[in-house]
Design a protein around this ligand. Structure first.
Ligand code: PLP
Length: 424
């Protein structure tokens, strides 16, 4: 079949806009008629530099990213960021504590020699790390669970506070986000505590079809004091540039490109600049300085694809920016959920109605009956509706409704949902 005939709903890698794929074929062979493809040119060449700067500018414009944030393009995938946030933000916490300890020690013992100060600071820091270092995780699905497990592996489970395990309130399964007053976040100074190094959540859980409907209220900054601020880290791998985001509320936003933005191989991180390791900060041995995304060899072809997707979104929605894409995404998701809800005997949406993802629509057919689900998939394949199988860990169906899924393909799916249901 041709591209036009196939409707692909895969969860990632996911479909790309046909215009980008077609231009990409040329760019891979002979970019701008310069005799070389984008997989071949130097990542430090003027051409690469322009691609990098354009991609940053378009992403910045789409999401209204404030000036005090850096955009980094990297390669380690969403999973790489599970480790990177721990490796980078724990040193930030330690450095803040070290500075404060030094001030306190010097105040208490103004005549002490530097070596003595250092020793006292070191002792206090050791105690504080042992007793007070906490990373808060909101576990609402498979990916935030994985991220919390990675944090435990890296620094020890004693330091990881699972402030919410959404399975506990839902019979051992993901599918809800319990009310915020049931979360056990490490208290901030205002709340009588000392705060955590960061709070982590996954904005959209790809496997479980659970999406935060808005920024959690309890993660809002509570005052000017650094200890009243929660450094919020969000994994937006599967809902990146699909709705408006107030970037200023986050310390770090990250996501792999292979769902809404491009092909696998590029990971985007938007990081508040004061949290980045600087060449002058020697307390962060784990992480290299960001170096305008050129610390290692950046895959320029993959970056170009992501840049094209962003440039096209800017061109299509101009002043509306990402809100334009949000409207489209909402409309497509409503069409699919609408068709599913029309036939409750045949289709059962997995997550609770209050947390339904607009990006990954997870449902069962006939209560998860194996024969019926196989029949559903076979019928879909006949119509060239592909990639509808749920993640292997949970089974069922999953229709991924990323930005590049055209409305016509959603309409074809909706038609099939209706036809299959009425034939039952
Ligand atoms: N986070 C989310 C929400 C994901 O959906 C995925 C992959 O599907 C990942 C992280 C992991 O990304 P990667 O495969 O790029 O490491």
């Amino acid at each position: 079949p041709s591209r036009q005939e196939v409707s692909y709903f895969g969860a990632g890698p996911a479909p790309l806009p046909t215009s980008v794929v077609e231009a990409g074929a040329n760019a891979f062979v002979n970019f701008n008629d310069a005799g070389l493809g984008l997989g071949e040119i130097s990542h430090r060449s003027p051409t690469a530099n322009k691609i990098l700067n354009d991609a940053k500018a378009n992403l910045s414009a789409l999401l209204d990213i404030p000036d005090n944030y850096e955009i980094l393009f990297m390669q380690a995938g969403g999973s790489g960021e599970f480790s990177a946030v721990v490796q980078n933000l724990v040193p930030v916490w330690i450095e803040r504590r070290r500075r404060r300890a030094e001030v306190d020690v010097k105040k208490a013992q103004p005549d002490a020699e530097q070596a003595e100060v250092d020793e006292l600071v070191f002792q206090r820091l050791q105690k504080e790390i042992d007793e007070e270092l906490k990373l808060d995780y909101l576990v609402t699905g498979s990916w935030s669970l994985k991220a919390s497990q990675e944090a435990s592996r890296l620094i020890g489970s004693k330091y990881v506070n699972v402030a919410l395990d959404a399975r506990k309130a839902n019979g051992g399964k993901f599918g809800t986000i319990p009310a915020e007053d049931s979360w056990s976040l490490t208290p901030t100074k205002k709340e009588g505590g000392k705060g955590s190094a960061f709070v982590y959540f996954c904005d959209n859980e790809t496997v479980d079809g659970v999406e935060f409907q808005q920024f959690p209220k309890s993660l809002e900054a509570q005052g000017q004091d650094a200890e009243d601020e929660r450094l919020v880290v969000a994994d937006m791998s599967s809902n990146f540039i699909s709705r408006k985001v107030d970037v200023s509320k986050y310390a770090v936003i990250f996501g792999g490109a292979q769902k809404n933005i491009g092909v696998t191989g590029i990971t985007i991180a938007i990081v508040r600049k004061d949290l980045l390791p600087s060449p002058h900060r020697d307390s962060s041995p784990c992480s290299p300085p960001p170096n305008n995304s050129l610390y290692n060899t950046l895959p320029i072809f993959n970056l170009w694809i992501a840049g094209q997707v962003m440039a096209d979104l800017m061109a299509e929605f101009s002043a509306q920016k990402v809100s334009g894409q949000e409207e489209v995404a909402n409309k497509k998701a409503q069409l699919i959920y609408g068709a599913l809800d029309k036939f409750p005997q045949v289709y059962q949406v997995v997550p609770d109605a209050s947390v339904r993802s607009r990006m990954n629509i997870c449902f069962r057919v006939s209560g998860g009956d194996d024969t019926k689900e196989k029949e559903f998939i076979a019928g879909a394949e006949k119509r060239l509706l592909q990639g509808l199988k749920g993640h292997r860990s949970v089974g069922g169906m999953r229709a991924s409704n990323y930005n590049a899924v055209p409305l016509e393909n959603v309409q074809k799916l909706v038609q099939y949902l209706e036809d299959f249901a009425t034939a039952q």
